[in-house]
Design a protein around this ligand. Structure first.
Ligand code: ADP
Ligand code: MG
Length: 664
């Protein structure tokens, strides 16, 4: 229900188009009921051998005589019997009104109607044809209008979806996963689209059609129509029972569709490994399972959907029978009541019965169509739940309500007693060990800090706190005395240059990749940054130079080349804080030494953090202080020589470095 309101708010800007489509639907439904009401004159002519002229004449005669009788009776009734006089007077006035109408029809309409019965019939058929044509035209208009509203609506929902995902923090994005995002923005929205479309077209038009027919049937004989309608609550019950199951099944199929996306992305995203390790079987099995899950879920939906249709049809026939059987009794026995219950104002004619039948059948057809789209609507509702869940997903790295002004960092970065725990999955009981345990570190502006330690000791986690990829569970991070949670993330990140472990490039030119994050940079600035990152040399050797397209995720370049481009990107941003997380791990050692030398110059007037495993001379020359981490704690900080003296872990690290260098 809430989702309906949500979708409604998206439709709201296009309400005029929508209202217009509803108007078209109303016109269609009127034509529908009118066409079916033609059963009345058709039966009159074909079976009772009446012509319209004859019918109107007899009606007028009956009315006139009954008015005459009533007026005569009125004169006999004494003036004191106010109530019965009023009754008769009311009846007379009603009859006079009908008389007036019929007389009008006789004078202004009947002259155009042929007297011959076959000609009349032919004319009725002609009108029927014209009405059907007009009905078709308005059906077309309605669907066109709804179609454009739906496309516009869905476009803005998809746009919002993408925007919402962009606003999310890194961890939440990681948890939801690219494949799930993709399936929500494609498959689930697609389900939603078709549901909104049938909603706008069928769910508006068909009930109107059914309503018009029912109203008409009520007009012909309300008692019999009422009998037919008793089936409706029963139908509602069945629909709601099926609805719940359908929704659950739809959710499950959408989740398995997301798994199919995931499987495709994972398999072909790591095609090189899959081929090298011949992992085909494993992935085929995974895909088979995801595919089978999808099949099972879909079959459940198909089964439920297939059941709904015949059931509604049976109920529909029951409803028609509920009116038709007593109706036929009335006609064939030529009476107006069954078992003393009055069912018709006067003995029914076969034409009335035929009309009621046509109108009730005309009611059932929309109901049948509605049951057909039921499954689609339920699928769409499940889809919209998933889509709106994404749109509503709150970032766990919230923006401050009243952000502080940020001036360029110039004095101190301090981490005060920070602890951090990665969110676990539910299977793990949401409990992972702490990745950081009460870490405190003060860094003066201008320092170059090396962070060293074994794999998984928490180095990357620690430095991810600075650009607020995530917030610490406990403790706080201050830049120049301001808690970074009080800064606008945009301002904060504009000061930070970040080169991550896995260097990610976009499928664009090298030039644009370097310029990413500083779109105003000139060609000279880009070239300068590329030179500093030791990238200019190899770039200029490429046939297209800076215009070389790097391929998906930079796949056309080697790992070291990618890292140098990423470094140039960070340098070009002119950050006050530079974070390099194993940024040169794939660069050859010669270039790495040059990069270290260049960074020494670049590091002036900035604070730099470098995570590295290589403790060579140029690197030690660059850094001012080394932080040794182990199991989420800082073991020691100090210069190379101090740490060699005081820290056993650092000594061990250095030993293994030396051994490696010797081996090389
Ligand atoms: P380092 O960079 O020192 O190798 P990390 O900071 O990447 O280590 O990781 C520290 C710990 O946190 C490790 O035990 C690792 O398993 C865990 N960890 C890292 N990233 C995630 C993540 N995205 N989700 C869950 N746990 C993580
Ligand atoms: Mg790391």
């Amino acid at each position: 229900m809430q989702d309906f309101v949500r979708i409604g708010s998206y439709v709201w800007p296009y309400r005029r188009l929508f209202v217009l489509s509803v108007v078209c639907a109303v016109i269609v439904s009127l034509f529908w009921a009118m066409n079916l009401s033609f059963a009345f004159p058709v039966v009159k002519i074909l079976f009772q051998n009446d012509s319209l002229h004859g019918y109107v004449d007899t009606e007028i005669q009956t009315l006139e005589s009954s008015i005459r009788v009533d007026t005569a009776r009125l004169e006999e009734i004494p003036a004191e019997q106010v109530k019965s006089r009023a009754q008769i007077q009311y009846r007379v006035s009603e009859q006079s009104r009908s008389l007036l109408l019929l007389t009008k029809v006789r004078h202004s309409f009947l002259p155009y109607i042929p007297r011959d019965k076959f000609d009349t019939m032919a004319m009725i058929l002609g009108v029927l044809l014209a009405a059907t044509f007009l009905k078709g035209l308005f059906t077309y208009f309605q669907e066109m209008l709804v179609g454009s509203v739906v496309q516009l609506t869905v476009n803005s929902i998809r746009q919002d979806c993408f925007r919402a995902a962009l606003r999310l923090d890194y961890q939440s994005l990681h948890r939801i996963g690219t494949s799930s995002l993709m399936s929500r923005m494609t498959n689930d929205i697609e389900q939603m689209t078709s549901a909104i479309r049938v909603f706008g077209v069928t769910l508006v038009r068909e009930p109107l059609k059914a309503g018009a027919c029912t109203a008409m049937a009520f007009y012909v004989n309300w008692r019999l129509t009422l009998l037919a309608i008793t089936v409706v609550p029963l139908m509602g019950l069945i629909f709601s029972l099926f609805g719940k199951r359908l929704r659950r099944a739809s959710h499950r199929t959408m989740e398995s569709m997301a798994r199919i996306y995931e499987c495709i992305a994972e398999t072909f995203g790591s095609a090189r490994i899959v081929i090298a390790f011949s992992g085909f079987r494993k992935h085929r099995k995974q895909f088979l399972k995801a595919n089978r899950d999808y099949y099972t879920g879909s079959m459940k939906i198909v089964k439920l959907g297939a059941l709904v249709r015949p059931i509604t049809e049976i109920m529909g026939v029951l409803a028609v029978f509920a009116a038709l059987a007593p109706g036929a009794y009335l006609v064939l026995r030529n009476t107006d009541s069954i078992l003393g219950i009055k069912l018709a104002a006067e003995p029914m004619g076969i034409a009335e019965l035929a009309t009621i039948y046509a109108l009730l059948a005309g009611t059932m057809d929309p109901v049948r169509k509605l049951s057909g789209i039921f499954e689609q609507v339920k699928r769409g509702m499940a889809g919209s739940e998933r889509v709106f869940d994404l749109i509503d997903e709150a970032s766990i790295v919230p923006e401050p309500k009243s952000p502080r002004m940020m001036i360029r960092h110039s004095s101190m970065i301090s981490m005060q007693d920070v602890s951090f725990r990665y969110e676990g999955t539910e299977a793990e009981g949401n409990q992972r060990p702490l990745a950081l345990k009460g870490v405190s570190l003060d860094v003066r502006f201008g320092e170059v800090i090396a962070v060293v330690g074994g794999n998984g000791s928490g180095k990357s986690t620690l430095l991810s706190l600075l650009p607020r990829f995530m917030d610490p569970g406990e403790g706080r991070v201050l830049i120049d005395g301001v808690d970074i949670r009080e800064l606008r993330t945009r301002d904060l990140r504009s000061q930070i240059g970040f080169v991550t472990q896995e260097t990610l490039l976009f499928n664009d030119s090298i030039f644009e990749n370097i310029r990413y994050g500083n779109s105003g940079a000139s060609r000279e600035m880009v070239l300068e940054a590329a030179m500093q990152a030791q990238a200019a040399g190899f770039i200029q050797q490429l046939p297209d130079g800076f215009e070389t397209i790097v391929g998906d995720k930079g796949g056309k370049l080697s790992g070291g080349q990618r890292q140098r481009i990423a470094l140039a990107r960070a340098i070009l941003r002119d950050p006050s804080i530079l974070i390099l997380d194993e940024a040169t791990s794939a660069v050859d050692s010669q270039s790495e030494e040059v990069i270290h030398a260049v960074l020494k110059e670049f590091a002036k007037n900035r604070t730099v953090f470098i995570i590295s495993h290589v403790l060579n001379r140029t690197f030690l020359d660059l850094v001012t202080r080394i932080v040794v981490m182990d199991q989420g704690r800082i073991l020691a900080t100090g210069s190379h020589d101090e740490l060699l003296d005081s820290c056993a872990a650092y000594r061990a690290l250095n030993q293994s470095q030396l051994r490696m260098r010797d081996a090389a």
